[in-house]
Design a protein around this ligand. Structure first.
Ligand SMILES: CC(=O)SCCNC(=O)CCNC(=O)[C@H](O)C(C)(C)COP(=O)(O)OP(=O)(O)OC[C@H]1O[C@@H](n2cnc3c(N)ncnc32)[C@H](O)[C@@H]1OP(=O)(O)O
Ligand SMILES: O=C([O-])CC(=O)C(=O)O
Length: 468
């Protein structure tokens, strides 16, 4: 017994030594890399590099054409100067605000209709939509054993990582995974769209039960329910939700479904699809891209930033205290030290992101009905002061509109939807856009995407190891 104990403690000490050696090694190498791997900004300018695939005026380099979605955030005057305008977003030529408003007016669900529109390029008739919903309904249940073998056995703190792994694992459950014909990719797309609600909800339940020590609830999806209803059913321990909650979630899904070809995750879909790879690999890559806090992960980053703000601002009704906090954020002295105010700024939108306006309207109503006006005011303050504070700190005039991620987290919180699930909800909505773009890449892109990097490392003579 005592021999065993000694062996155990010696092994433990060895492990601790090895880990601290590894840590010291990585720290020292990281310091070196941070010094040696830098390429001066001047070289990027001299070699006319389209850094971040952007032109000098911040507009994106045109790398493709698409009919799926269009994002408009600026225009040019006759002299070629960029002019800020209110943002517009079109799904297959239809203004997303019209789709949103029609669903509100008619008090109905619209996400499935939007998915049909994005995939097939036209609005469905009633019977086409009913048939489509039945088809999606038949794909809600995960393959037999999938939840047990692929989700519950390896829970993750990040539901997005779990989701990417689940998407990759779906390959093994497909009898014809590598066929990239349009017909087969469409079949795979419908299957993934149907399965995503269960993948994210069960990924979340696995996390709750494994890391928060809470009871495991795996409610089965119901084919007749909409995407939003199934998500709420599978997320909530009791499986209960109200019609208003489900319709608000549905509106948010509509707003997140598509954003042109150039956003990071959709571009990832195009890029990876252009190599001819399978649907699961392409969609897993898109999930990975969306997770980043500069992209879809910003909705969770906003909530984390708010949490930090609440801990560091004594009185959240005091605007000058909030302002001091935001200045610290911009100086990289508060929150995650990135210098970013999450939920603000956009690659295309200048004055406004139409989705943020609609989500803000939802957030305001929820704030009023749930007594969350003070918290809502903090968001509004950040939105209204972001650009001015950025100018104060950086000396640069930069449009900083509220983007889609600023108010979505507030809406989810008010709907009692867990923070962890905010980016996975974005993924569930955007999957429709990704699939439509993957199909478009296969049908009409047809070129391996392969940009160029200029080599700037001087050539060196190889030195044999004994001479170094
Ligand atoms: C679904 C979506 O993806 S919406 C976007 C969600 N992302 C966020 O909310 C994160 C915060 N915002 C940002 O990081 C940026 O605004 C982006 C990445 C979304 C768009 O950035 P762009 O305006 O296209 O330009 P870019 O990333 O080149 O930024 C230009 C400068 O403005 C700064 N900047 C841009 N937005 C912000 C912000 N919200 N807070 C602080 N600084 C910002 C950048 O740090 C950069 O500074 P630098 O030149 O000193 O490095
Ligand atoms: O277009 C972008 O760069 C980011 C964005 O708003 C989205 O993907 O919804």
């Amino acid at each position: 017994m005592s021999d065993n104990y000694e062996a155990f403690t010696t092994e433990k000490e060895r492990l601790i030594d090895r880990l601290s050696e590894e840590k010291a090694f990585c720290m020292s190498k990281a310091r070196e890399l941070n010094r040696t791997d830098i390429i001066p900004d001047s070289l990027y300018i001299e070699k006319d590099v389209k850094r971040g695939l952007r032109n000098a005026n911040g507009t994106g380099v045109i790398v493709g054409l698409t009919k799926v979605g269009e994002v408009i955030g600026y225009e040019f005057d006759p002299q070629g100067n960029k002019i800020a305008i209110d943002g517009k977003l079109y799904y297959r030529g239809y203004d997303v605000e019209d789709i949103f408003n029609n669903c509100v007016q008619e008090n109905r669900f619209g996400f499935e209709e939007v998915t049909y529109l994005l995939l097939f390029g036209e609005l469905p008739t009633k019977s086409e939509l009913a048939e489509f919903n039945t088809m999606l309904g038949s794909k809600r249940e995960l393959p037999r054993g999938f939840a047990r073998d692929m989700i519950l056995t390896a829970p993750s703190h990040s539901i997005m990582n779990k989701l990417a792994r689940s998407v990759l694992a779906m390959y093994s459950y497909d009898d014809n995974p590598d066929d990239t014909s349009v017909e087969n990719v469409l079949r795979q797309s419908l299957s993934l769209i149907g399965h995503f609600p269960a993948l994210i909800a069960y990924g979340y339940q696995a996390k709750r039960s494994s890391f928060y020590n809470e009871s495991l609830h795996l409610h089965n999806p119901i084919p007749e329910l909409t995407t939003a209803e199934n998500i709420l059913r599978m997320l909530r321990p009791t499986g209960e939700y109200t019609d208003i909650e489900a319709k608000l979630l549905d509106l948010s899904l509509i707003l997140h479904a598509e954003h042109g070809g150039g956003n990071n995750s959709t571009f990832a879909t195009h890029l990876v699809s252009s190599s001819g790879t399978d649907t699961y690999s392409a969609i897993a890559a898109a999930v990975g891209a969306l997770k980043g806090p500069k992209h879809g992960g910003a909705n969770i980053a906003v909530i984390n930033m708010m949490h930090d703000l609440y801990q560091n601002v004594k009185d959240i009704t005091n605007e000058s205290q909030i302002e001091d906090y935001l200045v610290k954020v911009l100086r990289g002295e508060a929150n995650d030290h990135s210098g970013l105010i999450y939920g603000l700024g956009h690659a295309i939108y200048t004055i406004s992101d139409p989705r943020a306006i609609l989500l803000k309207g939802m957030a305001k109503k929820l704030a009023e009905s749930k007594g969350l006006e003070d918290a809502f005011h903090v968001y509004e303050f950040i939105e209204s002061q972001g650009a001015a504070l950025y100018k104060e700190v950086k000396g640069i005039d930069k449009p900083m509109p509220a983007n889609v991620d600023l108010y979505s987290g507030f809406v989810y919180r008010a709907l009692n939807i867990p923070v962890d699930i905010a980016t996975p909800l974005f993924a569930t909505a955007r999957l429709s856009g990704w699939c439509a773009h993957r199909l478009e890449e296969i049908i009409t892109g047809r070129r391996l995407m392969r940009p160029a990097y200029n080599g700037v490392q001087p050539y060196l003579n190889y030195v044999p190891i004994q001479n170094r």
